[in-house]
Write a protein that binds this ligand. Structure first.
Ligand SMILES: Cc1cc2nc3c(=O)[nH]c(=O)nc-3n(C[C@H](O)[C@H](O)[C@H](O)COP(=O)(O)OP(=O)(O)OC[C@H]3O[C@@H](n4cnc5c(N)ncnc54)[C@H](O)[C@@H]3O)c2cc1C
Length: 591
C-alpha cells in the first residue's frame, strides 16, 4: 500500500482556501516564500511516502509489545523515528530561540496530514508531544524550559499528555491523581492514568509526561486541576539522565486500530510519589490545557484527513485495475474497470470531495492560529484567535467523521477484498475510528461548538464567518459558469440553512439547553457541508485563471455542492425540528 503526497490538492487548499499567498505577500511569516513552502512540502511528502508509509503495515501486524514494564515498538519504528527527528520535523513551528524552525502552523498542518496519512500509529506519538510543547513554551518556568524544552523540540525526548483516568474521561474535572507539595518546591504525584498514547516506548531514552493532578486543598472540578511535568528519568544538574522517577507503565491495551501505537495504563507513586514540577500556577492546569487544545484538536482533525487521503488513493488505484461487468454498449467478451461504473464513480468522488473539504477546513483553522500568533495588531490577533476557536471543533469532528466515512467507502470500493486484511483498506478503517473519540469525542466537540463557540462575542464571530461564506457564494453566482451546475444555488441554500440553524441555536442555548444540545452534532455536520462546499468553490474560482486547467477543481466543487451541501436543508430541520424527538426519547429508550 503506497502513499503519494497529494501536493496539488494541498497547494490549492493552502493557496485558495487558507489564503496562504496573500499572507506571504503581507509578510506574516517574515521572508518565507511560496518556493520554500513548496520545497518543504515536497520533502515532507517524499519522507512520508518513502520512509514512514512502508512501516504502517508492519506496525499493524506486530503492534507494540509489553514485557516487564518495557514497551518495544514494531521493527523499523526506531530507525524511522530517528530519521524523522533528524529531519527537524518535530520542531517545525517551535520558537527558533529553543531550536525550532519558527515556520507557520499552516505549513505544519500539511506536514501533520502527511505523517498521519503515511502511518497514523507512528505519527500520533510526536503529534501529542508537539501540542504539549506549546503549553510548556507558554506556561513553563525558565529553569524548567532550559532543562527540557530544547530536547522536546528536537524530538530527542517525546512528551505525553495525561488526562484520562477510569472515572474521568470526557469529564476531566473528575480526575483524582494527587499532587502533594514537597519541601524542595517539587510535588509528589500518585495515581493512575489510563489510555496514555506512547506512555512508554523505546523511541527515546527519556519520556516527559505532562500530567494533570489535584492538590489536597484544590477546589472540586476543573477549577482544582494543576499541570505537572513528570519525567521518566530525573536529570542531573548538567542535564544528563539521573535516577528513574517513581512511575511505570502497568500494561498496554489491545485495540481495534493504530496497533503500532502503545496505549498505556500508567502508575505514579508506587514508592511514595513521582517527582513532578508545576507548570503555570497551582489550580490553573486547565488554562494550560486550553493553550494546547486548539492545536491538538486540529492535529487530530488532520489525522482524519490523512487517513481519508490514503484510503482515497488506494481505492482509486484498485478501481482502475479491478474489472467487473460492462458499461453500456460494451461487447460481452470484455469487462470494464469498476471505476467506469457510476456507483463506483460516486463513491470515489465522495471520497475525494470530502477529503479536500475537510483538508481545507483544517488548513483555514491553522491559518487562523498563525494569524492569532502573528497578526499585525492586538485586534487582528484577537479576531484570529476567535476564528480559530470557532473552527477548531469543526476541524476536529468533521474531519475525523469523514475520515471514518471515507475509509469505509474505501473498503466498499474494494468489495470483498476490502474486508480482507491483505489489501490494507480494512486497516485504514480500523485506524480511523479512534480519531472521533480521543482529544474530546466528536459529541463533545459539537457541544463545544454550540455552547461556547457560537456565543463568542454575542454571535459576532460566527456571523463574520457566515459573511465570508456568503461572499464566496456571490462570487460563484457572478461567474455564471455552466460547468459549476447548481453549485451557486445549492451553496446559497446551504449557507442560508446554516445561518438559520445558528440563529435558532443562539436563541435556545441558554434557556432550552437540552434542545440545543440535542441538535449539536447534526449542526456541526451542517456547518461542515456548508463551509466545505464554499471552500471547494473558492478553489474552483481560483483555478479559473487563463492557462490553468480548472476542470478537476470545478468537478470536485460541483460534486460537493450538489451531493453534500444539498444536505444542509435536511440537517437544518434535524437541528430545529428533530430536537424534540430526542428530548421525548426516554420511553423508547426505557424499553
Ligand atoms: C487509543 C486511545 C488513545 C488515547 N490517548 C490518550 C492520551 O494520550 N491521553 C489522555 O489523557 N487520554 C487519552 N485517551 C483517552 C480519550 O481521550 C478518552 O477515551 C476520551 O476523551 C473519551 O473519554 P471516555 O473514554 O471516558 O468516554 P466517556 O467520557 O465515558 O464517553 C462515552 C460517550 O458518552 C458521551 N458523553 C460523555 N459525556 C458527555 C456529555 N457531558 N454530554 C454528551 N455526551 C457525553 C461521549 O461523547 C461518548 O460518546 C485515549 C483513548 C484511546 C482509546
Amino acid at each position: 500500500m503506497t502513499y503519494r503526497a497529494p501536493l496539488a490538492d494541498m497547494g490549492f487548499a493552502l493557496k485558495y482556501g487558507a489564503a496562504l499567498a496573500p499572507a506571504l505577500e503581507q509578510g506574516l511569516f517574515g521572508d518565507l516564500t511560496m518556493d520554500v513552502v513548496d520545497a518543504v512540502l515536497a520533502e515532507a511528502g517524499r519522507f512520508a511516502g518513502e520512509v514512514i508509509a512502508p512501516l504502517d503495515r508492519i506496525g499493524d501486524r506486530y503492534g507494540a509489545t509489553f514485557k516487564d514494564g518495557v514497551v518495544t515498538t514494531a521493527p523499523g519504528w526506531k530507525e524511522a523515528y530517528r530519521a524523522w527527528r533528524k529531519g527537524g520535523w518535530n520542531g517545525l513551528t517551535a520558537p527558533t530561540e529553543w531550536g525550532g524552525q519558527g515556520l507557520p502552523q499552516v505549513l505544519n498542518a500539511a506536514c501533520v496530514e502527511m505523517w498521519n496519512a503515511a502511518s497514523m500509529a507512528f505519527a500520533v506519538g510526536p503529534l501529542v508531544g508537539m501540542s504539549a510543547i506549546d503549553a510548556f513554551t507558554v506556561h513553563g518556568s525558565e529553569p524548567l524550559k532550559r532543562a527540557y524544552l530544547e530536547k522536546l523540540i528536537s524530538g530527542e525526548w517525546i512528551a505525553t499528555m495525561q488526562l484520562t483516568e477510569p472515572q474521568a474521561g470526557s469529564d476531566v474535572g473528575a480526575l483524582r491523581t494527587r499532587a502533594e507539595r514537597a519541601a524542595d518546591g517539587t510535588y509528589r504525584i500518585t495515581g493512575q492514568k489510563i489510555f496514555i498514547t506512547y506512555g512508554e516506548h523505546d523511541l527515546t531514552d527519556n519520556i516527559i509526561h505532562f500530567v494533570l493532578a489535584r492538590l489536597p486543598d484544590a477546589p472540586p472540578g476543573t477549577r482544582g486541576i494543576s499541570l505537572f511535568l513528570v519525567p521518566k528519568f530525573l536529570l542531573n544538574a548538567d542535564g544528563s539522565l539521573a535516577a528513574r522517577n517513581d512511575l511505570r507503565a502497568h500494561s498496554i491495551e489491545h485495540k481495534l486500530g493504530i496497533h503500532g501505537s502503545p496505549t498505556c495504563t500508567m502508575i505514579f507513586g508506587d514508592q511514595g510519589g513521582a517527582t513532578g514540577f508545576l507548570i503555570g500556577e497551582e489550580n490553573a492546569g486547565m488554562a494550560c490545557m486550553f493553550t494546547m487544545m486548539n492545536r491538538a484538536r486540529l492535529a487530530v482533525g488532520l489525522q482524519g484527513v490523512g487517513i481519508a487521503e490514503r484510503a482515497t488513493q488506494q481505492a482509486l488505484a484498485y478501481a482502475r485495475e479491478r474489472r467487473q461487468g460492462r458499461t453500456a454498449g460494451m461487447p460481452a467478451t470484455e469487462s470494464a474497470p469498476i471505476i467506469a461504473h457510476p456507483d463506483v464513480k460516486r463513491m470515489l468522488m465522495s471520497m475525494r470531495a470530502l477529503t479536500q473539504a475537510a483538508r481545507t477546513i483544517c488548513y483555514v483553522t491553522a491559518m487562523a492560529l498563525d494569524r492569532a500568533e502573528r497578526g499585525a495588531d492586538q485586534a487582528a490577533r484577537q479576531a484570529a484567535h476567535a476564528r480559530a476557536s470557532l473552527l477548531t471543533p469543526l476541524a476536529k469532528a468533521f474531519s475525523t467523521d469523514i475520515g471514518i466515512e471515507v475509509a469505509s467507502l474505501g473498503v466498499q470500493v474494494h468489495g470483498g477484498m476490502g474486508y480482507i486484511e491483505e489489501t490494507g483498506a480494512a486497516q485504514l478503517f480500523r485506524d480511523a475510528r479512534i480519531a472521533a473519540i480521543y482529544e474530546g469525542t466528536n459529541g463533545i466537540q459539537a457541544i463545544d461548538l454550540v455552547t461556547r463557540k457560537l456565543p463568542l462575542a454575542g454571535g459576532a464571530v460566527v456571523e463574520a464567518f457566515l459573511g465570508e461564506l456568503r461572499r464566496i457564494v456571490d462570487a460563484v453566482n457572478a461567474t455564471n459558469d455552466p460547468a459549476l451546475g447548481w453549485s451557486g444555488v445549492r451553496l446559497e441554500e446551504a449557507v442560508g440553512s446554516l445561518a438559520r440553524a445558528t440563529s435558532w441555536l443562539l436563541a435556545h442555548v441558554d434557556n432550552d439547553a437540552d434542545e440545543a444540545l440535542a441538535g449539536a452534532s447534526p449542526y456541526l455536520r451542517l456547518f461542515g457541508v456548508a463551509a466545505g462546499g464554499c471552500l471547494l468553490a473558492q478553489q474552483a474560482l481560483g483555478a479559473l485563471r487563463p492557462g490553468a486547467d480548472a476542470h478537476p477543481r470545478i468537478a470536485l466543487a460541483r460534486f460537493f455542492a450538489e451531493n453534500f451541501s444539498v444536505q444542509a436543508g435536511a440537517l437544518e430541520r434535524t437541528v430545529v425540528e428533530g430536537a424534540q424527538g430526542v428530548i421525548s426519547a426516554d420511553p423508547a429508550l426505557a424499553q
